[in-house]
Every structure is written in structure tokens, then in C-alpha cells.
Design a protein around this ligand. Structure first.
Ligand code: IFM
Length: 472
């Protein structure tokens, strides 16, 4: 066991594990105020919170028994009937922004047939947010799409970008007066990797790296078409996408093969979509699997970052299907709850810095659109929030154009192939009774949002005994 240190932080003690002191900010100092208008938000996604979504490819995946825990999304957080209950909680906490997604399979349940009632419900939700002083940000594709679209080959099928573009036009025409910030796609890199390399997301293919690259290209084209369509309808709109960024580190930094394979994984996962936006093309060797995408270059008004973890990468000659990369979480790093079969990942606040410094090269404003940790007992989440907020403060002081931070997530919700096993909420949810309990980290986050800064007093108020980092 490592010795734990108590670090004096004004009148607050933060207990931390000595092994991680280089990775975390050791002190809660009285931070500067964040810029006026900074967004302190939470992020959500339709299939994870709405309940009753039975016409998309994830519903079919659940029915086929592909959720590792055997769970179903079911009523989820029951937002289709009562999202307003959680909007009230968000308002009470002092949150001023909320990212949600619209469910394509509700709005266009059959190809070319639109459901006016579904659109009306989304209008109600956006109006409800405005009434509570919460700015909405709407994502147009968060992993799910209608079964009819999946059956046509989804984004790899013919005419996919046009079909998505038509849906986007429908949504923006109907909701544009209530929303200025649009996210076209959530995590194209996660969709491609988990869907075509690791087989954990539908369509469940494994080892199809070239197809994954083709999908990233197709998503970049669809993103660009959507970006242009939104600007035609709403010239002042701010349009971006949500990019999942993972810090990959060679398991043995001295080993050339570990460094090489880490570079390859980084290029495929972190860099591919970014390079298309930045350069309009991929770099070698991924360029071999890519066409001319000059139209994609520069197609965004902001970059959204979803940042959670660091992974170690070792060369392993036995796993060609994963580009010879063994990606793992070493023991004794800070972690939240374990997934059904594998660790979720290292909770790594410094990842925000790595990600922001990388995407700043694109020269657009940055929103952190997701960050959080699965943590049913609220054991490590407060530590994460404190460190991440301080990291953001330092980055902004250093001149980075970061406009908002959205915590994942408001209320525990359905975590894709992990089902209900992983709980990311600032608010705990019992999905059976729908009972909600605000976690202490939710109270802390609310204080930060209301104060537009972080101070030792806030931490002291909600964690008088100090925030303990318990890595294992
Ligand atoms: O729940 C997901 C979300 O849908 C996409 N980003 C990561 C979150 C936590 O795994």
C-alpha cells in the first residue's frame, strides 16, 4: 500500500495517493473566476435517458442480448414523459447549459415519414430548458439511428450523407429558434472503433480496421454536409462535433515497438477525424484507406471534446486484429467503478490539458462536452471534478479559448454495452422506482457552476473531511 499524504489546501485537506502526485493538482487553491458566460453544463443522450426507444439499432442490439450485463434501457430516466423533473434538478444545482440529443428514429420512424408529435416533444424540452435559464446544445447523432437506416448500411450505405442531411434540415427548421449550438456527431471515432474493431457496439464487427477508417471518412462527409445545411438555415449557428480524446501512453516508454504501436493507435483513434477537419486528409498509413476529403477541411465553428481516460499500450504480436496493440489500464491508477468485463479506464484529469493543447491547433473555440467517471458511491468523482476544474482554470489563464465544461452526466443512465452497471450521474437514479438522489459531487459541481469559480471553501462545505482519492 502506498502512503497517503494529507496536503494542506487553505482550510481544506485533500488526501491523495503519493504515486499520483505528478498527475494531479495537489492543492485546491482559490481559483480565478471563469470568463463571464462560461457554460457549466451537463451532457446527456437520447437513448440513454429517454426510455421507450424501440425503433433504433441499439434497441435491436439490446433485444439480441448484446448488453454485457443483460440489461435493457427500458424506461431509462423516463425523459420522454418527464425530462422536466431532471431539468428542475439541473436548475436547482445552478447548471446553465445542457446537451441533449434528438432521436432520429422518433423523428423519422420510417424513411421519409416524419412524426410531428416527436418534434413537438423536443420543442417542449428546449422551451423547458430556456424557461429554467439553461442553454440547450443539441446533438443530431449520438450513436443511434433508425432501424431502416441501419438496414440500408447506415453511414456506409449509398446516399447516407443525403439522408442524414435531410433529417438535419428537418430538425433545424423545426427547432432552430430554440437552439444555437449544434453537435453533428457524438464521437465518430468511438462509433467506428467499437462498432468495427472491438465489436462492442452494433453492428458488432471485429478487426475491420479498414472499414473503421472508411466509416470515419463517411461520418466526416456527413458532418460536413450537415454543417453546411445548418448554416444555410441558421447563419449564426455554432456547429461542431464531439470528439472523444484518449491519452495513450507506451507501456514501456523505452521499447520502440510499444512507442510505434501507441503512435498507430493514437493516429487511428485520436487523430483521424481531427486530421480530416484540420487538413482535409489523413496521413500515412491511414491515407491509404482514404479518398479526397478537401471539402471537410475547416468545417466546424467549435471543437467539442469528450475526455475521460488514459490507457497504456503495449505491442503484442498475437493480436493483429487490433493492430498488435494491447491497450490496458495498469493496476493502482485512479479508477472509478469496474465495467462488467473490463476496467472503464484510468480517471486522468490531466487528459484535458493534452486534448485541449492538441485541438487548439485547429484554431476554433473549444467546449469540453463530456468528462466524468463511473462511480456509484461518489468515491472519486469529487476528486476528478476538483482537479479538472483547476486544470481548465490554468488552461484558460494560459490563453486557451475554452467556452464551457459539460459534465457527463446529470442523472445515472443507460451506459450502452455496460447497461446499468456504470453510474456516471451527479444524481443517483434507481431506474426501477425512478427515485433520484443528488450526490455530494452534484452539490459541489452546482456550487462551482453558481460561483463560476472553484474555492477551498466550496470543497470544505461538501467534503469537510477532505476529498479522498481511493484508486483501487
Ligand atoms: O455514456 C457515454 C456517452 O454516451 C459517450 N461518451 C462516453 C460516455 C461514458 O462512457
Amino acid at each position: 500500500m502506498d502512503e497517503a499524504h494529507d496536503l494542506e489546501c487553505g482550510n481544506v485537506k485533500v488526501k491523495q495517493n503519493s504515486r499520483n502526485l505528478t498527475d494531479v493538482a495537489p492543492r485546491v487553491t482559490a481559483g480565478s473566476r471563469f470568463p463571464e458566460g462560461f457554460l457549466w453544463g451537463v451532457s446527456t443522450a437520447a437513448h440513454q435517458v429517454e426510455g421507450g426507444n424501440d425503433n433504433n439499432q441499439w434497441a435491436a442490439w439490446e433485444q439480441a442480448g448484446r448488453i454485457k450485463s443483460g440489461d435493457r434501457s427500458g424506461k431509462a430516466c423516463d425523459w420522454w414523459n418527464n425530462a422536466e423533473r431532471d431539468f428542475d434538478l439541473a436548475q436547482e444545482m445552478g447548471i446553465n447549459a445542457l446537451r441533449l440529443s434528438v432521436e432520429w428514429s422518433r423523428i423519422e420512424p420510417r424513411e421519409g415519414r416524419y412524426d410531428a408529435l416527436a418534434v413537438r416533444r423536443y420543442r417542449q424540452m428546449l422551451e423547458a430548458l430556456h424557461q429554467r435559464g439553461i442553454q440547450p446544445m443539441v446533438c443530431l447523432h449520438h450513436f443511434t439511428h433508425p432501424l431502416w437506416f441501419e438496414q440500408r448500411g447506415a453511414f456506409l450505405g449509398g446516399g447516407a450523407a443525403d439522408l442524414f442531411g435531410r433529417f438535419v434540415r428537418h430538425v433545424v427548421s423545426a427547432l432552430g429558434d430554440l437552439c444555437q449550438h449544434w453537435v453533428t456527431f457524438n464521437e465518430p471515432n468511438v462509433y467506428a472503433t467499437l462498432g468495427y474493431v472491438l465489436g462492442e457496439f452494433p453492428p458488432g464487427r471485429r478487426g475491420q480496421i479498414l472499414t473503421a477508417v472508411a466509416l470515419v471518412n463517411a461520418l466526416a462527409r456527413a458532418h460536413t454536409q450537415a454543417y453546411r445545411a445548418i448554416h444555410e438555415l441558421q447563419p449564426q449557428a455554432q456547429v461542431g462535433w464531439a470528439h472523444n480524446f484518449v491519452v495513450f501512453q507506451p507501456a514501456r516508454p523505452g521499447a520502440r515497438r510499444d512507442r510505434w504501436v501507441t503512435g498507430l493507435v493514437n493516429e487511428l483513434f485520436n487523430e483521424s477525424f481531427l486530421r480530416l477537419i484540420e487538413l482535409g486528409k489523413l496521413v500515412f498509413p491511414l491515407s491509404l484507406a482514404s479518398g479526397d476529403l478537401t471539402e471537410v477541411k475547416g468545417a466546424c465553428d467549435f471543437v467539442g471534446l469528450n475526455v475521460y481516460s488514459r490507457f497504456h499500450v503495449a505491442f503484442d504480436a498475437r493480436i493483429a486484429s487490433q493492430m498488435f496493440a494491447r491497450v490496458f489500464v495498469p493496476p493502482h491508477v485512479p479508477q472509478g467503478d469496474h465495467g462488467v468485463e473490463q476496467p472503464y479506464g484510468e480517471a486522468y484529469p490531466a487528459a484535458i490539458r493534452v486534448a485541449v493543447e492538441r485541438v487548439a491547433r485547429i484554431g476554433k473555440p473549444i467546449y469540453v462536452l463530456e468528462n466524468g467517471v463511473p462511480d456509484a458511491d461518489d468515491r472519486i468523482r469529487p476528486w476528478l471534478i476538483v482537479n479538472v476544474v483547476q486544470e481548465l482554470d490554468r488552461l484558460i489563464q494560459a490563453g486557451q479559448d475554452i467556452r464551457g465544461y459539460f459534465h457527463w452526466t446529470l442523472t445515472d443512465n443507460f451506459e450502452w454495452s455496460e447497461g446499468w452497471k456504470l453510474r456516471f450521474g451527479l444524481v443517483a437514479l434507481d431506474p426501477k422506482t425512478q427515485q433520484r438522489t443528488v450526490r455530494n459531487s452534484g452539490r459541489l459541481y452546482g456550487a462551482i457552476a453558481r460561483g463560476n469559480c472553484i474555492s477551498p471553501e466550496m470543497v470544505n462545505q461538501y467534503f469537510p473531511a477532505g476529498i479522498e482519492l481511493t484508486p483501487d
